[in-house]
Design a protein around this ligand. Sequence first.
Ligand code: ASP
Length: 467
Amino acid sequence: MQRVLNIKTTKYLSKKVKVCGWVNSIRSHGKIIFIDLRDRSGLVQIVFAPNLELKIYELAQKLRPEWVIEVKGVVQKRPKGMENPKIKTGEIEIQAESLKVFSKAKTLPFPIDTLGYEINEEVRMKYRYLDLRRERMRKNLEVRQKVIQFMRDFLQKEGFIEVETPILTKSTPEGARDFIVPSRLQPGKFFALPQSPQQYKQLLQVAGIEKYFQIARAFRDEDPRADRQAEHTQLDIEMSFVSQEEILDLVEKLYISLVKKLFPEKKITKVPFLRMTYQEAMEKHKTDKPDLRKNKKDPNELAFCFITDFPMFEWKKGEKRWGAMHHPFTKPQTENISEIKKHPERILAYQYDFALNGYEIGGGSLRTTDLEILTAVFEVLGYKKSEIKKQFKHYFEAFSYGVPPHGGIAPGIDRFLAILLNEPNIREVIAFPKTGDNRDPMMDVPAEVTEEQLKELHIKIVKPKKK
Ligand code: ASP
């Protein structure tokens, strides 16, 4: 007999079904035992009557919350007045005929029938697999999947192809610290986890892909910040032969149609999205991610905007050097090399950010394909010519074989979802997030590795001195 999802049982009136799931709650009325059975589709009520075979009835008496069971029984209309409009199967119940217990369950460390915000987050994360049984969390994962699927379908229709790029790769300067991975086969050498697929997606343009996207993971070893994750997911896009306007138009079309289809209850403040320069934003709003909602208390208002024409460089006070405002591959708005070198502070870039309700939800740029300009940019950033050649040899070489003009953008997915779902934190929209200080209390990582593993990697740990 095939298992029927709880939600579908209503279609089997007077017929026998097999349902499986977790015991959500138990109530007894006299000798009758009522169970709410939960599966991924929702709840259904099961009735164990005392006239059942004794063995089955006795087993039913032993059931406890969160046991995993299978029940076979006949779907019946509930008696008049006993319907439960709060659940989708509230008109029916299943008169049990058999019961199988797959697995018993200890008492859960916290309730899962609440929203969960009231529970200590460390505990929620330690038992994330239980926390995800919560309806709110399951819904968040479902919405996440729908959003990603929409993006994939939309871009495929626009002629893009999704290409996976490596996780074990080389350090790329995107402004954060790299996570590094030691190589066992080449002692003393390391991979870096990608801060973004930036170089690969550009190399894919040299390869003639022209329209690339990827639901990509990006890794950044940043200092603990409350609402940041060391790994985040972005919709990574790169295109050849496009203008800045065309990139922004594509993103605008994608987000408008996404909101319309998946979040019809949301209202976009202004269509087309407001576009303003960095200078305007700073003068008018004192931030490059202004919150342009008309009514900031309205949870269903979405004010998207694009900020353009960022400065190419920013002065890093602490380090007393110039840094790239976006990343070094961004195209300056001038081709005058001596101006770039002499007056980095004056140079604007073909760089844009995508903002929503006061948050930056993405950024991108047109890229420099002129190798002399790229070298000048690296020099301003403090690289020696010999270092540039060594670190970006592949990039310079690739660009010498015919490179199309290209550009892209990478909207983040976690923050966007948190805003859409009115969640206070991006951890609420990620299945297995890390804590603010980058730990996973469930897996208990980061963790030590064995002496043998270290030996194989030719690594010696110098223990930090106790403070
Ligand atoms: N790689 C950039 C980032 O992750 C986005 C881009 O320039 O396309 O922010």
